[in-house]
Design a protein around this ligand. Sequence first.
Ligand code: NAI
Length: 280
Amino acid sequence: MADSNGLLAGKTGVISGALDPDSIAWALAEAAHREGARFVLTNAPVARRFGRLDELAEATGGSPVVYADATADDELEDLFAQATDALGGPLDFVVHSIGMGMNVRKGRAYEELKYEWYQKSLDISAISLHRMVRAALAKDALADGGSVLAMSYIGAQRVFSEYSEMGDAKALLESIVRSFGYRLGRRGIRINAVSQSPTKTTAGGGIQGFDAMFDFAEKVAPLGNADQASCADYCVTLLSDYTRMVTMQTLYHDGGFSAMGISDALIEGMYGDVLGGDDA
Ligand code: NAI
C-alpha cells in the first residue's frame, strides 16, 4: 500500500459497496482513510447478514455504517441525511461501487434474458448511480467542488462473451456519468467512472468464465491486471483536488489492456514459443 500523502485531509464522503476484504470499495475505504478522509460506509441491508462492514468501520477510525438499498429512493435519501448529520455538512465525495447481474449469476444466456432480472440488474448496477446522485442532491448532501465516482468495466465498450447483460449495465452507467456530469458541472461537481481490470471479488466471481477473463487480461495488459489496492490508490486521486477539472470520463485503470490488441504472451499461451524473438 502507498504511504499517506494526506490527499483527502478534511474531506468527507459516502463509500458504498464494501462487502468483504476482497471488495474494491474495501480497499478504497482503507486508502481514503489513510489519506485523511472521514466517511460513512453503506451497503444493501442484506449485506448486514453476510458482509463484514463493521470490521471495516472499526479499521477506518469508527466510520458510521448506514445500510441502504441502492434501488430504494427513500433509503438513499435517509442515507444522505444521516451522512451529512454524522459528518457535519455536505459531502466532498460519493463512491458508487455496486453491481450485480442476475441473469449472469443464474447462468441465463444473453439470447434468453429474463427481463425481470435484466431490469433488476440494470437498476442495481447502473440506475442506482442516478438514484444516489439524485438523493444526494435532494438532501443538499453534495458540496460544491465535490467528486462522484463509479466503478465500470471495459465490457461497456466491447463484448466479453460471458459478461452478457452486465455489458449493457456498464454502458448505461457510463452514459449516466456523462449525462449527470453535464448537470453537476454547473456546481463544480465532477463525476467519473473508473474502468477497472478483472478483479477477484464476490461480484467478479459471480461471472461464469471469470478466471478466463482474468487470465486473458493478464496476458494482454503490459502491466498485468490492476488489483484492488492499486485501484484504490488511483481512485483516491480522483476524489482529491488534484483532479478537479476531470469530469464525465471513463478512465481506464487496467494495466494498459484497453490500448492493446495482441500481445506476445497471448500468442505464446495459445501456440507455445513460436515467436522466438526477445521482444517484450
Ligand atoms: P463486490 O461484490 O465486493 O461489490 C459489489 C457490491 O454491490 C457488494 O458490496 C454488494 O453488497 C453491493 N450491492 C449489490 N446490490 C446492492 C443494492 N441493491 N444496494 C446496495 N449495494 C448493493 O464486488 P466488486 O468487484 O468490488 O464490485 C464493485 C464494483 O466494481 C461493481 O460496480 C463492479 O461491477 C465493478 N467492477 C468489478 C470488476 C471485477 O472484476 N470484480 C471489474 C470492473 C468493475
